[in-house]
Design a protein around this ligand. Structure first.
Ligand code: HEM
Length: 284
């Protein structure tokens, strides 16, 4: 299914490039020759399916660890299996996205094959290796998401060795991977480069995640994780309690910020340049 959806997104992106309605061409006019850069557009398509799968798997994960609708037509074990398979798919989709970006760099490099592969490897996969434009920040953010997703996701398979509690605490941090992925997309995606409904929709899609995260913190599935009405007697218990209340307040603030962004439409997009000039943006 992930591959089919990626293929459909690729066709859509490709048609938009050919019709010159894609903002990718506005940002990088040299990409107007769709055939010349098909790997780049395929990489973009994998990026979008990766983000969609990441979104889905985070929703499933939050439903496993928090409250879930009583009428959900999925049993607990089925939900868990879906969460596991969508997570593995997400990692594979991100890897395909990054590798195709690297492959496109190799294709357009005039140096010898070995040296082109080495340069592309560094630029696509080594933090700090891509050293120009917005990519200086955006690419390492994407790489951090990929490199954190692998251990924080796959740690599930060694949970018996490291202990259930450790694996659960570490796996929880996987929400950071999701935040980094969305950040990377909004910072660097040329299809969301400019203000407009599509960019705002990406923000809008973060509302259910923030709402479910808040619900998960307020009503955790595990009784031991419930926040007691008042802090315990020891200093450690009081600090822990304050941190947990603080966490809930941060998520409430994030929810409020998301509502403000979506309602105002001020979502950090660049202004669309006038039609009669060539873009001066440097997306390197
Ligand atoms: C090694 C890690 C990564 C590399 C090298 C990388 C590279 C890139 C590049 C070069 C772009 C710009 C494409 C454009 O012109 O739009 C991009 C955009 C994008 N990336 Fe990544 N990325 C990485 C990780 C991720 C992750 C972890 C996700 C999400 C799960 C992701 C999702 C996206 C999406 C959705 C776009 C927007 C594409 C578009 O606008 O059409 N990327 N990435």
């Amino acid at each position: 299914m992930a591959l089919l959806i990626t293929a459909a997104i690729f066709v859509l992106l490709y048609i938009r490039i050919r019709n010159k309605t894609s903002s990718t061409v506005t940002v990088m006019p040299f990409m107007a020759d769709a055939g010349g850069f098909w790997m780049y557009f395929l990489s973009q398509a994998f990026g979008w399916s990766a983000l969609l799968w990441a979104w889905g798997t985070v929703i499933l994960g939050l439903m496993l660890s928090g409250p879930r609708p009583g009428r959900l037509p999925l049993s607990g074990p089925r939900l868990e299996r879906l969460h596991r398979t969508t997570s593995l798919n997400t990692i594979a989709l991100i890897a395909a996205h990054a590798l195709l970006f690297g492959a496109e760099l190799v294709r357009h490099d005039t140096a010898s094959w070995n040296s082109a592969v080495a340069t592309a490897f560094v630029e696509a996969l080594v933090p700090g290796g891509y050293d120009s434009g917005t990519g200086k920040i955006a690419i390492p953010i994407g790489q951090a998401a990929l490199y954190l997703a692998i251990p924080l996701g796959l740690i599930f398979y060694v949970r018996h060795r490291i202990g259930q509690k450790t694996w659960r605490i570490l796996h929880r941090c996987v929400i950071v991977v999701y935040v980094l992925s969305v950040w990377h997309t909004l910072l660097y995606g040329t299809n969301v480069w400019y203000d407009g409904w599509f960019r705002t929709s990406v923000w809008l899609l973060q509302l259910p995640i923030a709402a479910l995260l808040l619900l998960r913190l307020m009503r955790p599935a595990r009784r031991s994780e419930k926040l007691p009405g008042r802090p315990g007697a020891t200093a450690g218990a009081r600090t822990g309690w304050a941190l947990r209340v603080g966490g809930r307040l941060v998520v409430v603030a994030v929810l409020a910020a998301l509502v403000a962004v979506v309602a105002s439409g001020s979502d950090g997009g660049r202004s669309v340049p006038p039609k009669d000039t060539t873009s001066t943006h440097n997306h390197d």
